[in-house]
Design a binder for this molecule. Structure first.
Ligand code: DC
Length: 216
């Protein structure tokens, strides 16, 4: 079974996908982590061209979650879980996500994983481009202000200092790039269920999604 969850930054996709993965016993595939790992490579190798980054992506090995720690991200044997969540990566990853050849390489990897194991894939273009054949498709949204508040909470947990205004500006900048990119933009598929999570608790969102999945 393949479940596609797309939506803008801070719409709750990753937390929700992780909870659904536990409840349904399906692997969770955090597709943004692939872009973030490519961004980490690019920051560490500032001279990298799009071709070089695509080659890196083609060869990289990513492991998402272990039985002990479902949130861990291992890139080529290195624990990068926190390194890929910094504000610097949040800036760089938008450049990476605009690189068509990098997207093509990442999508190949995502499709291969989804075909072998099925899973819950969350990202921007899963329901439209990566797995348009997904069994159930969700498009999660929330107001930019709600999403900025959630992202600020994440940063506080990581002891990263950012003002609410900075985080909101960053969310709006990323929205613009996500919705307007030429190849693989953020877009709701015609047959996706849209859920505005602004005024919902996590458990309400998960309950609603489970209802839809079980009824599909
Ligand atoms: O979901 P996230 O914030 O971890 O995603 C990081 C970046 O990667 C985000 O700027 C958009 C991009 N991305 C994408 O373009 N396509 C995906 N399927 C997943 C993420």
């Amino acid at each position: 079974m393949i479940i596609a969850i797309d939506g803008p930054a801070g719409s709750g996709k990753s937390t929700i996908a992780r909870l659904l993965s536990e409840k349904l016993g399906l692997p969770y595939i955090d597709t943004g982590a692939f872009y973030r790992c490519a961004a980490l490579h690019s920051l560490r190798n500032p001279e990298s061209s799009e071709r070089n980054i695509s080659l890196f992506v083609n060869e990289m090995r990513i492991r998402i979650g272990t039985p002990d720690d479902p949130a861990i991200i291992i890139l080529n044997d290195e624990d990068v879980s926190e390194k890929i969540r910094t504000p610097q990566i949040a800036m760089e990853v938008s450049n990476i996500a605009d690189m068509k050849n990098v997207r093509i390489e990442i999508n190949k990897k995502l499709r291969a994983s989804a075909e072998v194991t099925g899973g819950i894939l969350e990202g921007r273009d899963i329901q439209t481009l990566v797995c348009p054949q997904a069994d159930v498709k969700f498009f999660l949204t929330a107001t930019p202000e709600t999403r900025a508040k959630r992202r600020l909470g994440d940063y506080e947990g990581m002891k990263i200092n950012k003002t609410p205004e900075e985080v909101l500006a960053d969310i709006k900048r990323r929205d613009k790039r996500d919705y307007q990119r030429d190849y693989g933009p953020l877009k709701k598929a015609d047959d996706a269920v849209e859920i505005d999570t602004s005024d919902m608790t996590l458990s309400q969102v998960v309950a609603r999604m489970l209802e839809i999945i079980r009824g599909s």
